[in-house]
Write a protein that binds this ligand. Structure first.
Ligand code: SF4
Ligand code: SF4
Length: 241
């Protein structure tokens, strides 16, 4: 069986989502049974111009170079996955209020920066994507499963339920209602297996919002625990809205 060609592309980000692929450790070898890595800046100096079966794109589109890279990935790849919250929602840099360009102009004047800054935006706002895996960083089990599904010709399953559901399935005690810990689980996309509540921490919303989130309902509950302005700040940590 011919192996599939995989490319990993890194746009503006902390680099954590690209590095997280290497942290699959021995399971990376299972992936390499099905894929040849054609491009992965962090892991190989190999660069090609060939067509790709799958492209994983991490980071947000924040510079002209990012825009060129993401368009190139889209043109070359059959199946493009936005990987990590920077790519799916814009991430921390995409949630900045006001114009980044304006801010830079105030500090540096009209001097043109070498990277030609754009307003940071999610990959999904610039090119069509076939699948999105949020998380800061994403859950490694999820990317492993998605790559294996694609290799076997199975369409991966999109998760559209909240973190709360995963707490219930795991029978974790509700940190919000039982312990008074601020938690964004009710409005945050699940898929991390309720990682933070599993160790007694509140979810800080790193996977972005569920479709049709009941934000007023959550604010009513959180108002009893933290000031309203902190709730708004918390909700805007990873996503712009
Ligand atoms: S989503 Fe988080 S971990 Fe991933 S690249 Fe962005 S900031 Fe880093
Ligand atoms: S519980 Fe929330 S903050 Fe923690 S990993 Fe999951 S989505 Fe991210």
């Amino acid at each position: 069986m011919d192996k599939l060609k995989l490319g990993v592309f890194e746009l503006t980000s902390c680099g954590g989502c690209a590095l997280n692929i290497l942290f699959l450790y021995e399971r990376l070898f299972d992936i390499l049974e099905f894929y040849d890595i054609a491009e992965f800046h962090m892991a190989t100096s190999q660069r090609g111009r060939e067509k790709l079966d799958v492209a994983l794109v991490t980071g947000s589109v924040s510079t002209q170079r990012d825009l060129e890279v993401v368009k190139d990935a889209r043109n070359r790849a059959e199946y493009l996955i936005a990987l990590g919250t920077c790519a799916t929602h814009g991430g921390v840099q995409g949630s900045i209020e006001g114009s980044v360009k304006e801010g830079l102009r105030k500090i540096y004047g009209d001097m043109k920066g070498p990277s030609k800054v754009l307003e940071p935006r999610a990959v999904v706002e610039h090119v069509p994507v076939d699948f999105a895996i949020p998380g800061c960083p994403y859950d490694k089990d999820e990317v492993f499963q998605v790559l294996m599904d694609i290799a076997r010709g199975v369409e991966p399953v999109t998760k559209d339920y909240p973190v709360c559901l995963e707490c219930k399935l795991n029978e974790y005690e509700c940190v919000l209602l039982k312990r008074g810990v601020p938690c964004l689980g009710p409005v945050t996309l699940g898929g991390c297996n309720a990682k933070c509540p599993s160790i007694g921490l509140g979810c800080i919303g790193c996977r972005g919002l569920v479709p049709d989130p009941n934000i007023p309902g959550l604010v009513e509950v959180l108002k009893n625990i933290i000031p309203e302005e902190d709730i708004v700040r918390k909700l805007k940590t990873f996503v712009r809205w």
